[in-house]
Ligand binder design. Structure first.
Ligand code: FEO
Length: 384
């Protein structure tokens, strides 16, 4: 597949994987992208997951017309992209590896070899000429590993963006780019908003026509859609006004309260999404909480705390720097309801959270009083 006249796609689709990175559901698979620039010197960008080394090397060979690659650029050392470095270097003994000093250290840890005699160490602003293509490296520490460097090809105005601008879903999947890119970004990179903003600032100085990420499709055309979303996600700014309702329920009574809130919000024209944390895709629930401006947590009281899926969900929000949102609570308890207090305390580390003071307490099952509390909560969520 040609990206430009000289840049070819040589990545692979993985439709076999059950959980990406051991935890993310990927019902439409995932791609491990790799690219090659055919110029006076041939430059390959990243390898692919261990299980696809043979397929990747065949695709590369098909583009080489008998030539051998001169360079292997390693933008990121996470094994879904780096697993075949040693295999590649064995097959092409004349090739040189191009990466940051931190990446070479990681190669030592992963492969027992830092390739001291066949490497070019790059840092911010390092250039490399392939003939007609001139590459510039831009370091992107903690997006989302420390050794990352993206690479800009000035000739074709292409940014090889490492994991940035990636998404779940194999290439060719007819899913929604925004939803699957959000779920990917918030899940995997979300904690590192400050570092992503710093990369976006550096990238703004480049004239970019295409973005070639390590997962998902090559982005071209009007890039402002993607850049605007990344700016929002990285700055923890809600994409839109709306409410994520995340609940856990043991016998269905807390679920009934959460569903009543969904209905009451709908009746008031407030957009809302509902997640049963024991059964839903937690990455989707977390991504939804970052998408909308408001969040309601509804949990049964359990062991004087909250039901375990809720505890895990809140931890998932806090570790990704969840901030700048309005949060309300519904708790349930049959003798000593404490869930709201525990949920609120768990969010104390999150910055710029406006808590809705009036908690709805359900005593075992909904009654006229708690139903009125939920209607009042819905009315307040519409106004804040
Ligand atoms: Fe797709 Fe961070 O590796």
């Amino acid at each position: 597949m040609n990206i430009t006249k000289d840049i070819r796609y040589i990545g692979v689709n993985d439709n076999e994987i059950d959980l990406f990175e051991g935890q993310y559901r990927v019902p439409h698979g995932i791609s491990y992208n790799s690219y090659v620039i055919i110029d006076e010197r041939v430059c390959v960008f990243d390898t692919v997951d261990r299980r696809f080394g043979g397929e990747w090397l065949s695709s590369l060979e098909a583009e080489l017309s008998g030539r051998a690659p001169d360079y292997l650029v390693v933008t990121h050392m996470e094994p879904d992209h780096s697993a075949n470095i040693a295999v590649f270097l064995e097959k092409y003994p004349e090739a040189t590896v191009v990466a940051t000093a931190k990446a070479f250290k990681m190669m030592g840890a992963f492969f027992g070899e830092e390739y001291a005699d066949r490497r070019i160490v790059v840092s911010d602003g390092t250039t490399l000429s392939l003939g007609s293509h001139e590459l510039t490296f831009v370091t992107a520490p903690m997006v989302h590993w420390p050794e990352v460097a993206v690479c800009y090809d000035k000739t074709d105005r292409v940014l090889f963006s490492a994991d940035a601008f990636g998404k779940f879903g194999a290439i060719g999947t007819e899913d929604n780019w925004v939803d699957e890119a959000r779920r990917y970004y918030i899940g995997i990179v979300g904690k590192y908003g400050a570092q992503v903003l710093s990369l976006l600032k550096k990238a703004a100085a480049l004239d970019v026509a295409r973005i070639c990420p390590l997962h998902g499709p090559v982005l071209s055309g009007d890039l402002s859609l993607y850049l605007n979303l990344y700016t929002k996600w990285a700055s923890y700014t809600p994409e839109e006004d709306g409410v994520t309702i995340a609940y856990t329920s043991i016998y269905g009574n807390t679920a009934a309260a959460a569903k009543l809130l969904l209905d009451e919000l709908g009746a008031r024209g407030v957009k809302a999404e509902l997640f049963d944390l024991a059964r839903c895709d937690k990455a989707e629930a977390i991504a939804s909480a970052f998408k909308y401006s408001k969040l309601v947590l509804a949990s049964s009281t359990y062991n004087a705390g909250v039901f375990p899926p809720m505890r895990e969900f809140i931890a998932g929000l806090v570790e990704r720097n969840f901030s700048s949102r309005t949060v309300g609570f519904i708790e349930n308890g049959s003798w000593a309801p404490t869930a709201a207090k525990v949920m609120r305390a768990s969010l104390e580390m999150a910055k710029s959270i406006k808590f809705i003071d009036k908690t709805v307490t359900v005593n075992s099952a909904l009654n006229a009083s708690s139903e009125a509390g939920i209607r009042a909560l819905a009315a307040e969520l519409k106004e804040v």
